[in-house]
Design a protein around this ligand. Structure first.
Ligand SMILES: [Fe+2]
Ligand SMILES: [Fe+2]
Length: 267
């Protein structure tokens, strides 16, 4: 994945979802997962659903401010429309996850300590730090939805998680373009310090996510070592791609659209 420019991102968000078919929620047979797994998965997805919800007020404010600076014309903050499309895609994830929670017989949540911590942390050190916290969530999301896509034996879950993980790969590229343009004006030492603090932040997020969702992932045979291995690989790939070099496909990019509909969950 190469670094894209603002205009490319509008094109990406408008065209990349083609070929995916949403399950017909009004006419689905019940999930065949056993009750224990269904409860664990519904609870876990409900927490992610909460995280995907939200209007993007802070990000929009950041965009408004940075648009006033001429040196931001080249990164994604130079294109408010692309940011709107990105936020719309996250809201679509929240809607799809709400459908999945209902399909599994679970309840949506109004709050969870991890979501509260995530939102509070984002406001701690200014808006650029806010974007870093958001980015750690995107990286973890690629791992989480990717593992569910691969390991949960339910076509509806796989169809939706496959769709979301593909979107999340795009979101990671979207944020990568911002940090890439940002670091072009920094000295190498500052970039190293930024990378170290980001890796620390990521390790904290990885630990908290396993603590919260490990029981669910474990029920589907996903051990902590696999989760950690994937998470570190995704984080490493992000950091290595910051220099703008072309990379091999990410996990989500290896999921072709026909696979998402061949399982019979599409309408
Ligand atoms: Fe998302
Ligand atoms: Fe995302």
């Amino acid at each position: 994945m190469k670094i894209k420019k603002p205009g490319d991102w509008v094109r990406h968000f408008e065209t990349h979802g083609g070929g995916w078919k949403e399950p017909d929620w009004t006419d689905l047979p019940p999930s065949l997962l056993d009750v224990e797994k269904r409860i664990l998965l519904a609870n876990s997805l409900a927490i992610f659903q909460l995280g995907e919800s939200g209007g993007g007020t802070r990000l929009r404010r950041f965009v408004r401010r940075t648009l006033e600076q001429a040196d931001h014309r080249d990164d994604y903050l130079g294109d408010q429309h692309a940011v709107d499309l990105f936020l719309a895609e996250e809201n679509e994830h929240a809607r799809l996850l709400a459908e999945l929670v209902g399909y599994l017989g679970g309840q949506l949540r109004q709050k969870h300590w991890m979501n509260g911590l995530f939102r509070k942390t984002r406001t701690l050190l200014g808006l650029e730090f806010n974007l870093q916290v958001l980015l750690t969530a995107e990286l973890i999301a690629e791992v989480y939805y990717g593992l569910l896509y691969q390991r949960v034996p339910d076509p509806v879950i796989r169809t939706v998680c496959g769709r979301i993980v593909r979107d999340e790969v795009g979101h990671i590229g979207f944020h990568r373009s911002f940090f890439h343009w940002r670091q072009r004006t920094q000295l190498p030492g500052a970039t190293v310090i930024w990378s170290l603090q980001f890796q620390f932040l990521f390790l904290v997020a990885e630990t908290l996510v396993w603590r919260t969702h490990g029981a669910c992932l474990g029920a589907f045979g996903i051990e902590r070592s696999l989760f950690v291995h994937r998470a570190r690989a995704v984080c490493r790939r992000f950091l290595e791609g910051l220099d703008g070099q072309s990379l091999a496909p990410e996990i989500g990019e290896q999921i072709p659209n026909p696979v998402l509909v061949e399982n019979g969950a599409g309408r």
